[in-house]
Structures are given as structure tokens and as C-alpha cells.
Design a binder for this molecule. Structure first.
Ligand SMILES: [Zn+2]
Ligand SMILES: [Zn+2]
Length: 185
């Protein structure tokens, strides 16, 4: 995904089409690595105008996420239309600006767009993806996937009760007994 900025700037106003399809393996996302299940396609037009290079592009791919409740894999299709303005950093300045600002280092003639495309894909991912809106998640006690049916712990939940340790249950019964005795006293 290498864009020849030098050539674009030499013929300002000329629309130059591009169309890349690359098979990427994984996307770095918040310290995790999400597998791509489809190649990344990035196509559109680039034109140099004034002091910026303007891109009109279409981005399409599919990455695999994990349901934030039950950890099942989810296919996450990405299909975005983007308008980007790439601006050159001033000589010797403005280091560390995030890539999402679409800046590039001073003096670069051929710009690799892959990091920008990656940041666009990352931006399309929700913080807590779900396999379906009503995913029941995993039982916090035994780890069972509750979408496959309730477990003994889940059955206690409708009554608003949490699983009780049998020893505590015995103690509770003793205390209840003691309370009853003192009341009848
Ligand atoms: Zn789920
Ligand atoms: Zn359980």
C-alpha cells in the first residue's frame, strides 16, 4: 500500500487511482492479536491539492473478534468509505502526532498507507463486541457457556440468589434456628 507522494505532487490536481488487496495475518488491537479472515482491500483515488494529498477510498476486510461475554469468535466485517487528508509534518517538527491525524514525516516520497489503514480498522471495532445482543455469557462459577443452556448455578439466579457455600448454608440454618428460639423465648 505504497503511495508515491512525489509523483502526485509533481502533477497537482491529477486524480490517480489505486487498488490494493493484501492478505494480512493479524491486527494488533489493545495488546491482542486479531486474525484477519479476509484480505484487506483498499482502493480509491489520490490527488495532490495545495499542501495536502487527498484520498477518497473504500476499505473492506473482515477480522475475527471475540465475544466479550462468551468468548466465541465473531466475524467482524469492515466496510468503510474514507476521505483522508495526508499532510506533511514541518521540517524537524511535530513528532509523535498520532497516525489517525494522517500526518507523515517530512521529506517522505513514498508513503506506506498500511499503518493508516490499520488504524481505520481498529477504529471500526467496538470496545465490547457481542456475538448477539442477548448473549448470556459464561457462568462466573463454572465457566459454562450459558447460551448452550443453564447450569446449576444459573438456575439459582432468577430468585436473585447467588450460589451459597454448603457450609454457609448450614450456618445460616443454625442462626435462623437460634433466632426462632429467642423470638419464641
Ligand atoms: Zn457471546
Ligand atoms: Zn455454572
Amino acid at each position: 500500500m505504497k503511495l508515491n507522494l512525489k509523483r502526485l505532487k509533481e502533477s497537482p490536481g491529477e486524480r490517480v487511482p489505486f487498488d490494493w488487496t493484501e492478505a494480512w495475518v493479524e491486527l494488533d488491537y489493545k495488546g491482542r492479536r486479531l486474525p484477519f479472515v479476509e484480505a484487506v482491500r483498499f482502493r480509491g483515488e489520490a490527488v495532490a491539492r495545495g499542501d495536502a494529498v487527498h484520498l477518497t477510498a473504500e476499505l473492506a476486510t473482515t477480522v475475527e473478534l471475540e465475544c466479550s461475554r462468551c468468548l466465541r469468535p465473531i466475524r467482524h466485517p469492515v466496510h468503510r468509505e474514507e476521505r483522508m487528508e495526508l499532510r506533511e509534518e514541518p521540517e524537524g517538527g511535530a513528532w509523535g502526532a498520532p497516525l489517525t491525524d494522517f500526518r507523515y514525516e517530512h521529506g517522505v516520497e513514498v508513503l506506506d498507507l498500511a499503518p493508516y489503514v490499520e488504524s481505520l480498522i481498529r477504529a471500526s471495532i467496538e470496545a465490547k463486541p457481542l456475538c448477539r445482543p442477548d448473549c448470556k455469557g459464561l457462568c462466573p462459577a463454572c465457566g459454562r457457556d450459558l447460551n448452550e443452556g443453564p447450569c446449576e448455578h444459573a438456575r439459582a439466579e432468577p430468585q436473585g440468589e447467588r450460589p451459597v457455600d454448603p457450609r454457609l448454608r448450614k450456618l445460616k440454618a443454625l442462626l435462623a434456628g437460634a433466632g426462632a428460639n429467642s423470638n419464641s423465648g
